[in-house]
Design a protein around this ligand. Structure first.
Ligand SMILES: Cc1cc2nc3c(=O)[nH]c(=O)nc-3n(C[C@H](O)[C@H](O)[C@H](O)COP(=O)(O)O)c2cc1C
Length: 363
């Protein structure tokens, strides 16, 4: 029986526990000028607090691999040498807090160029500092402008942008990179037959729709140190097949199981199993709505899986690891509200909180 506060080793990296901070955009980077895309002092404070609060790994939010790959103008981005130093300070602050520094590399695809949620989440047009969004086809995300369909040359640029960004993340001192292939962003939009209507080698069959993601994995693996893990965040379902009133063929758990197997062969060490985001959908209200699908992918593919979604009860987190439903848990909103969620969970479960003297757990 595995304990949620026991370490896990992936390749040459040992992560001190299995409670990890899920990637969450803070939309707090500079939108333009010489500091565009760089982490600020806010990011240092925000992420190092969650690290010192006990998380085993801190996954820095979606970070654009190219300017047009950002979701909003205020996203982090890592595409130039000039950005490495600021990311290096962030990785160092997370490490000083006792957590493994990790970063999620992303391309927003057809969901790019929008305002942060608290400014309405609506598209930003080019006159207001936005940019043309791109996708596999010209099928738009409902309510957004139609994306441009990527040419073969642009697809090659996307692949090399992910690799370049991974190389810079390594220079900055991150120990894990995660490729974002979930939530309807570019890589997921290639995977799903709802958004991908291409008739070339990137569309049609499951193998063809997976071709871009697998090429990105190969390119990242080629530059990322052999001894360090690469994670893949996926949506296990678009929630379209689950809707009895919608008979479109969409992305499913079955497809995810195939993708996980191929991804592992290419050098992915862990699948981070989220769901949805391709288009607005009906999502069940049950606590295990998403975690249950993560467990299915783990059991059926044999690939290590992290579960995420509505995990806010330490006892349940411990149970998921103990029952082999997942190898680790990502905590999202609970960690936004309480930077010490992990330490408090450790104390409640009889494990040792991090910095127990400084934070007065020992007295
Ligand atoms: C404010 C906010 C920002 C998010 N940004 C990202 C992101 O950058 N990348 C990502 O893969 N998921 C993102 N997510 C999804 C979370 O990582 C997580 O999967 C989701 O919130 C479900 O977990 P929870 O119920 O523990 O919050 C975000 C969620 C929130 C609430």
């Amino acid at each position: 029986m595995t304990n949620v506060f026991s370490p896990i080793t992936l390749r040459g990296l040992t992560i001190p526990n299995r409670v990890w901070m899920s990637p969450m955009c803070t939309y707090s980077a500079a939108a333009d000028g010489e500091h565009i895309g760089q982490p600020t002092d806010f990011h240092l404070a925000h992420y190092s607090a969650r690290a010192a609060g006990g998380a085993g790994l801190v996954m820095v939010e979606a970070t654009g691999v190219a300017p047009e790959g950002r979701i909003s103008p205020f996203d982090l981005g890592l595409w130039s040498e000039s950005q490495v130093e600021a990311f290096g300070r962030l990785a160092g602050a997370i490490r000083a807090g006792g957590a493994v520094p990790a970063v999620q590399l992303a391309h927003a695809g057809r969901k790019a160029s929008v305002n942060p949620p608290w400014l309405g989440g609506n598209p930003v047009n080019q006159a207001a500092g936005g940019w043309q969004a791109m996708g596999p086809s010209t099928v738009e995300f409902p309510g957004f402008p139609a994306p441009e369909s990527l040419t073969h040359g642009q697809i090659a640029d996307v692949v090399s942008s992910f690799a370049h960004s991974a190389r810079l993340a390594n220079q900055a001192g991150f120990e894990v990179v995660e490729i974002h292939a979930a939530h309807g962003y570019l890589l997921h939009s290639f995977l799903s037959p709802v958004s991908n209507l291409r008739d070339d080698e990137y569309g049609g069959s499951l193998e063809n729709r997976a071709r871009l993601v697998l090429a990105v994995i190969d390119a990242v693996r080629a530059v990322w140190p052999e001894g360090r893990p690469v994670f893949l965040r996926v949506s296990t379902t678009d929630w379209i097949n689950e809707n009895p009133d919608d008979d479109r063929r969409a992305w499913s758990v079955e497809d995810t199981v195939h993708l996980a197997g191929w991804a592992k062969e290419r050098g992915i060490d862990l699948v981070d199993a989220s769901s949805g985001g391709l288009e607005p959908a009906l999502i069940p209200e049950s606590r295990d709505y998403q975690v249950d699908k993560a467990a299915q992918v783990r059991a059926r593919s044999g690939v290590p899986v992290a579960a995420v979604g509505r995990i806010s009860d330490p006892e349940w987190a411990a149970e998921l690891i103990r029952d082999d439903a997942a190898d680790a848990v990502f905590i999202g909103r609970a960690l936004l509200r309480d930077a010490s969620w992990t330490n408090n969970a450790a104390a409640a479960l009889g494990a040792q909180p991090r910095f127990l003297h400084q934070y007065d757990y020992a007295l």
